[in-house]
Write a protein that binds this ligand. Structure first.
Ligand code: N01
Length: 501
């Protein structure tokens, strides 16, 4: 849909976000012969976080074979772990070939979605006009809104500043003095990619990550031929890798001691990559492996070991117009600051734009009850609202595409139920949702994410893990394999307000 076309006035299903999640919803609706849907996307293209994260070295830390839809395997992956451009090209290719793009409104941001209790529709405002929808699907993602650090003087810096997810490709880093704030998944890919190009690099580490070797390699010509032409080969790879990854689940969720071999490997990785004993000590984490996302890199430690790269662990006191002052009062002057400080994950920005029954916003609901959703998908008080990549659906070990496809199947089955029953609006029963969330949180207590001795973006401000799925991914698939109508109740239209006589 071109940006000069007006939006339709009403659609059956309105999807927000054109990343892996939103695209999958669109494709599956299209496969059912439906055209009564629209996907809103604030950016100019499909791809979501894979469109936005174009920093040098950006690549996936989940194996390529798991990083495609089950209904659109990609025989063209060049490596065992794909670089960002290949993933973005894959998503774009699938979107184009599926024939759904005329149902996408790009450059269009949702600014408000309010449930109309009388008309039983979502009244949606965008920056390009208004429309109504019977069903709203949020596929806006959790790694979509960059988070800047709350550091004194940050805005006073007079050099170049940008977030890892908003890389300024017009700024040439060559020969510059650069600071990178943060040592998460993004940072550890950026640091080795720019270390050689810049004149000097300061890496500001607040907490050391656990980093395993990255077993990445080019696929051989024979493998690539087989993926393309020999039926079943690629699915066999995929299945083997899937089950290999699933073996990590018990170590994350119940028995962290099982992770000891991984810890030994990570310590070896430090020893191999870094020669300076003091630097080795600084990069050795003091919490259980897996508590934060386990990272993979062969280049990160050798980059830190360079003479022209400093790891600063004293903490940041403030930013000045010309540099960064650490907590010991040392100022390091830089030309550019790269902020690799992550995303708004437990305070999803879309929640403040969605208002349900009784005029309660989703953000208020989450503030009161914690960020939660029944099966990561639906929320009491918000009729006909579905999440794809909702609360507690994230993974630390395997592919989000698997979770996305599980949720998409659930949403489509729910739509079928609504139509077959002739019901206008459904919401999960409050007690069913409460029991579900209680069970999840009970399971969290034994996980390494809650008991591993670290702070992370997996946890909200009360220390609850509201982001990750604490069970096997196939259990999630089974739980969402069909819409459990009994867990839901019909939401009746509110009576029209009576006018005083
Ligand atoms: O962000 P993060 P990310 N002062 O939140 C530090 C996915 N991903 O963009 O650990 C100083 O993980 C913060 O320190 P601490 C993946 O799911 C995937 O790197 O909180 N430092 C941390 O070191 C990943 O988990 C790929 O103490 C501050 C860093 O900034 C998620 O995206 C690649 C600070 C933030 O790390 C996010 O990763 C990249 C402050 N005020 C990302 N505030 C793949 O390969 C924060 N930090 C698939």
């Amino acid at each position: 849909m071109d940006t000069d076309q007006t939006l339709p006035t009403h659609v059956r299903t309105l999807v927000v976000g054109a990343g892996f999640g939103g695209l999958a919803v669109a494709i599956k609706l299209h496969e059912q012969g439906r055209s009564d849907f629209l996907v809103l996307e604030r950016g100019s293209d499909v791809g979501g976080t894979w469109r936005d994260n174009t920093y040098p070295g950006a690549a996936c830390d989940v194996p390529s074979q798991l990083y495609s839809y089950s209904f659109a395997l990609n025989p063209d992956w060049s490596r065992s772990f794909s670089p960002q451009p290949e993933i973005q090209a894959y998503i774009r290719k699938v979107a184009t070939e599926s024939g759904v793009l005329d149902r996408f409104a790009f450059h269009t941001s949702l600014t408000d979605a309010t449930w109309d209790e009388q008309a039983q529709v979502w009244r949606v405002t965008t920056d390009r006009g208004e429309l109504t929808a019977d069903v709203l699907v949020s596929a806006a993602g959790a790694l979509s809104d960059p988070k800047d650090p709350d550091i004194e003087g940050f805005d006073s810096f007079e050099g170049e500043v940008f977030h890892s997810a908003r890389w300024n490709h017009d700024y040439d880093l060559t020969g510059k003095r650069v600071a990178v704030i943060g040592t998460g998944a993004s940072s550890i890919q950026i640091v080795p990619a720019i270390a050689e190009q810049v004149a000097h690099l300061d890496v500001y580490q607040r907490t050391a990550p656990w980093v395993l070797p990255r077993h990445d390699r080019d696929y051989t010509a024979l493998e690539r031929l087989a993926f393309k032409h020999v039926p079943g080969v690629q699915r066999a790879y995929r299945t083997a890798i899937y089950w290999g990854r699933e073996m990590y689940v018990p170590a994350f969720t119940k028995w962290p001691k099982l992770a000891t071999p991984a810890k030994l490997m990570a310590l070896k990785n430090i020893e191999k990559g870094i020669s300076d004993p003091e630097l080795r000590r600084k990069v050795t984490p003091d919490y259980e492996i897996g508590c934060k996302r386990i990272l993979i890199s062969n280049g990160y430690y050798p980059a830190l070991d360079r003479d022209d790269v400093d790891l600063v662990t004293e903490g940041i006191a403030r930013v000045t117009p010309t540099g960064i002052v650490d907590r010991e009062g040392v100022e390091r002057e830089v030309d550019a600051i790269i902020v690799a400080t992550g995303f708004h994950t437990t305070d999803l920005p879309i929640a403040s734009h969605v208002t349900g029954l009784g005029g309660v916003t989703l953000a208020d609901h989450f503030a009161e009850h914690g960020m939660q959703a029944y099966k990561g998908s639906t929320v009491n008080g918000f009729p006909n609202l579905f999440f794809v990549v909702g609360p507690n659906t994230g993974l630390g070990h395997s592919s989000m595409v698997f979770m996305i496809e599980s949720q998409v199947a659930y949403v489509l089955d729910a739509l079928k139920h609504l139509e077959q029953e002739g019901v206008t609006a459904l919401q999960p029963r409050a007690e069913v949702q409460a029991d579900y969330v209680q069970d999840l949180q009970d399971r969290m207590t034994t996980t390494v994410w809650s008991a591993g001795g670290c702070a992370s973006w997996y946890l909200d401000s009360h220390g609850r893990n509201v982001t990750l799925w604490p069970r096997a991914t196939f259990t999630f698939r089974r739980l969402l394999s069909s819409f459990d109508r009994d867990s839901y109740e019909v939401v009746s239209p509110a009576p029209l307000p009576t006018t005083p006589q």
